[in-house]
Ligand binder design. Structure first.
Ligand SMILES: N[C@@H](CCC(=O)NCCCC(=O)O)C(=O)O
Length: 255
């Protein structure tokens, strides 16, 4: 049996009338084709199940991208105009779930907004608009254009030599897309930054002393996940961790 991978998506209003919980097809395909798991969309709100119930239902979790920003209250700052829209339901599910997964060793991979949730869950602060910081580049996707253009490879990411990402991805420099406005400002004490864009923006993180697969990337590896030379090994390793969890293997607690 393939592992069941819970996809934490987003809520949307369709036809100006119906609220729905949804996750992008790209994420579902990445789980099926690159992680070799069964995608299961989990409503991004804490009111549908307890953390325990959600964790038992899945072998691992994918925290997807999403337009709304993590509410700055979660890292002790006040909301401003610059922070834009929020999704407090997703915050209230994702942050405790990430902490629980990092404690138990159940695998998770966090993408873009998910990466930012992971960072905040472990004490980081975010900057609402990193391109406003001195020396930083614009990491946002082009406002117009095709999906090809939006998900085009845009910058290098330098990985820590000998680190988890360099090992998994088979090199110390990878090329990635970029579709975000926020970024990590101050990383929390257990947030290990293993990848940076040329302007210094944190792009790849892991949680120190998490016993299992606990990785996050600021870019979007779900784009062409099975074919892309960076996405494929990342999802393959994530899928292997989920398969091991499904088989009953439990990672030893880190010292
Ligand atoms: N809001 C954050 C996160 C950016 C992000 O996840 N972008 C992907 C958006 C995909 C979508 O539109 O659903 C930021 O801008 O930093």
């Amino acid at each position: 049996m393939r592992p069941v991978i819970g996809i934490i998506g987003n809520s949307y209003l369709i036809n100006d009338e119906y609220t729905v919980h949804a996750a992008g097809t790209l994420n579902c395909e990445a789980v099926r084709d690159a992680a070799r798991g069964v995608p299961l969309i989990v409503p991004a709100a804490p009111c549908y199940g307890t953390l325990d119930e959600v964790m038992v239902a899945c072998d691992g979790f994918l925290f997807t991208g999403g337009r709304p920003n993590v509410h700055p209250e979660e890292y002790g700052e006040a909301a401003t105009e610059a922070h834009g829209a929020f999704d407090r339901d997703r915050d209230r599910l994702a942050l405790p779930l990430i902490r629980a997964l990092a404690r138990t060793g159940q695998p998770f991979l966090a993408i873009c907004r998910g990466f930012q949730e992971m960072a905040v869950a472990f004490g980081s602060t975010l900057h609402p608009e990193i391109r406003d910081l001195p020396g930083r580049d614009n990491h946002r996707m082009p406002p117009d254009g095709t999906l090809e253009e939006k998900f085009a490879l845009r910058h290098d990411v330098a990985l820590t030599p000998g680190g988890t990402f360099a090992r998994l991805l088979g090199g110390e420099v990878v090329r990635t897309n970029s579709l975000h406005g926020q970024g990590i400002d101050r990383p929390g004490p257990r947030v290990v930054v293993e990848g940076r864009a040329p302007d210094g923006t944190a792009e790849a993180i892991r949680i120190d002393r998490a016993p299992g697969f606990a990785l996050g990337v600021q870019w979007h590896p779900e784009w062409r996940a099975a074919a892309d030379p960076v996405s494929a090994p990342l999802f393959t390793a994530f899928g292997a961790a989920c398969r091991a969890w499904r088989a009953g293997e439990r990672p030893a607690a880190a010292a």
